[in-house]
Design a protein around this ligand. Structure first.
Ligand code: GSH
Length: 214
């Protein structure tokens, strides 16, 4: 198995967490998102990933984009330990937390969106950073309300064992801190992040632990 990844990419980080939780060995193939205009946009990489984004996952002859589809594939091909709970309602809950990050927060703050704001709409750096913080804080406020008010929340998003929800939330918190969002304003999210970072599967997936870390 092979993962095309960039150390700071939060979508790649989600898949790294899932692979580590499931103890699956894989080859790490770095794709630098900034150097030389972005290696993700080069024709060779786009043969693997038409959209020109990371991650891309390869398992034998199968080549797949989209972090959540990859994680669901891993869940189906390597069910233990599970990243989704047993009952349909619990699974829907875990997926809803994951999608709150992956659909409501992350796409608004992706590199290509920030580049468009800056280079096409000529927004200055302060306004671009304000855009980033606005959407992350709005999304985290919603998540904080859900997580703080749910009896399903434990040391992690769903009880005390890692799920798809944590695989999405933890990278987004890392990313938010990099852009100077005060994540302490969201105490349940902060507590879950602090706990997750003590777990080996999450620590090994962290940007600083990757072969391409700068
Ligand atoms: N929905 C996609 C998002 C992937 C994505 O946006 N990746 C970012 C890094 S986190 C990327 O490659 N950005 C490159 C760019 O914007 O040029 C997934 O979950 O895999």
């Amino acid at each position: 198995m092979k993962l095309y990844s960039y150390f700071r990419s939060s979508a790649s980080y989600r898949v790294r967490i899932a692979l580590n939780v499931k103890n699956l060995p894989y080859d790490y193939v770095p794709v630098h998102l900034v150097r030389d205009g972005g290696e993700q946009l080069k024709p060779d990489y786009r043969k693997l990933n038409v959209d020109g984004i990371v991650p891309t996952f390869v398992d034998g002859n199968e080549v797949m984009p989209q972090s959540l589809a990859i994680i669901e594939y891993l869940e189906e091909t390597h069910p233990e330990p599970p990243l989704l709970p047993r009952t349909p309602a619990d699974r829907a809950y875990v997926r809803s937390v994951a999608l709150q990050v992956a659909c409501e927060i992350h796409p608004l703050n992706n590199l290509r969106v920030l580049k468009y704001l800056k280079h096409t709409l000529c927004v200055d750096d302060d306004a671009k950073d304000a855009w980033y913080r606005h959407w992350v804080e709005a999304g985290f406020a919603t998540l904080e309300t859900h997580l703080a008010g749910s009896s399903r929340t434990g040391k992690l998003c769903f009880g005390d064992t890692p799920t798809l929800a944590d695989a999405c939330l933890i990278p987004q918190v890392f990313n938010a801190q990099r852009f100077k969002v005060d994540t302490g304003k969201f105490p349940t999210i902060q507590r879950i992040y602090d706990h997750a970072m003590q777990l080996d599967a999450f620590a090994r997936a962290a940007p600083g632990a990757q072969p391409d870390a700068e």
